[in-house]
Ligand binder design. Structure first.
Ligand code: SAM
Length: 332
């Protein structure tokens, strides 16, 4: 095949994947469908000295397979290779969609070295899709290294939109979402975790954490200790059969977990800091202190518990003051 023809074909293929559907590109859809995966791959690998291949960042479902986009499927069908966090997992996904492509591994332990190989391939004109086990690659998943390298080398990079667990969790939490901060996973080490939480103590934006089911209760306990009273939500098994949002104060969530541990994948969303007055009770009467905490969204029970703990007095004493106080309406 002549070099110029090959270059034209490659440019058309990139436009096609970008969704720029000119009539010429539409024609190429048919061509690429009849070309077959192996031919497309061969063309990419032979394209030495011409335009570089694109790295496509392709998000995959976080549970429900119907959440893969048409564009993601088309991209996976048309690239030359797919770099995957776990090739066995990705193979299952691809088989489900009847996509057969060469797979290479790209995970936490080979990111640096693999990034070299991927960029070398891209420079030769090979197009590559990067996928992780679920959701958006690079979001608490491998991807950062190769993306950095591709940007440094000024190679083409395309990010497809798609599932990411934190977005659903934030939106469904019911907590303010105008401003938010994504914290990813907290450290497994308690000391490190508490240090991070201390740094976030006065963070005013809603905070989002990825957390394992085994550590959720411990993390919430650290938050209760460091943040004080806060509203929060656990978003569990998003997009899956047993999807669930558990909303309430951090204290109520801990109590719930003590009664029945939760299984599955989960995201924790926590309200931001509402200002100094929430933290200090100096100069407040017992009644004012209790009311203040209830205004921040704590139930009467949680507020009584917190006031008693803060002041080092028996719960009964606080409870008596609060007789007649109503539970607050749900937080905004
Ligand atoms: N790249 C993914 C994304 O875009 O969301 C995140 C991958 S990270 C290794 C896995 C964590 O994401 C889980 O521990 C959990 O906190 C969260 N997660 C992933 N899928 C989820 C789901 N279906 N429901 C709730 N949380 C989920």
């Amino acid at each position: 095949m002549k070099e110029s023809k090959k270059r034209r074909q490659r440019e058309t293929k990139t436009k096609l994947l970008r969704g720029e559907e000119t009539p010429r590109n539409k024609e190429s859809v048919r061509n690429s469908e009849t070309l077959g995966d192996q031919e497309a791959g061969k063309e990419g690998r032979e394209n030495q000295g011409n335009s570089p291949g694109t790295l496509w960042i392709v998000p995959t479902p976080i549970g429900n397979l119907e959440d893969i986009t048409l564009r993601a499927l088309r991209t996976l069908k048309e690239v030359d290779k797919i770099a995957a966090e776990d090739t066995r997992n990705t193979r299952k996904l691809l088989t489900h969609f009847e996509i057969h492509k060469p797979l290479i591994s790209y995970h936490d332990h080979n990111e640096k070295q693999r990034s070299e190989g991927i960029t070398a391939d891209l420079e030769k004109g090979v197009s590559i899709a990067l996928v992780s086990d679920a959701g958006m690659p690079g979001i608490s998943d491998p991807g950062f290294e190769v993306i950095q390298r591709v940007i440094e080398k000024n190679l083409p990079l395309e990010i497809l939109p798609g599932p990411a667990a934190f977005v659903n969790a934030l939106v469904g939490s019911g907590l303010p979402n105008g401003r938010f901060v994504f914290e990813g996973f907290l450290s497994r080490e308690r000391k490190e975790r508490k240090k991070r939480l201390e740094a976030l103590k006065e963070e005013e934006r809603t905070m989002i954490f990825y957390e394992s089911p085994h550590r959720m209760k411990e993390s919430l306990k650290d938050m209760e200790e460091i943040f004080g009273p806060r509203q929060a939500a656990i978003a569990r098994e998003l997009t899956k059969r047993y999807e669930e949002f558990i909303r309430g104060s951090v204290t109520a969530l801990i109590e719930g977990l003590e009664k029945a541990p939760l299984k599955g994948e989960m995201v924790l969303v926590v309200a931001g800091f509402r200002g100094k007055k929430e933290e200090s009770f100096e100069g407040l009467s017992l009644e004012e202190h209790l009311l203040l905490l209830m205004e921040t969204g704590l139930s009467k029970k949680d507020a009584v518990k917190k006031v008693a703990k803060d002041r080092g007095i028996p719960k009964r004493e606080v409870y008596d003051v609060g007789i007649g106080f109503e539970n607050p309406p749900a937080d905004d």
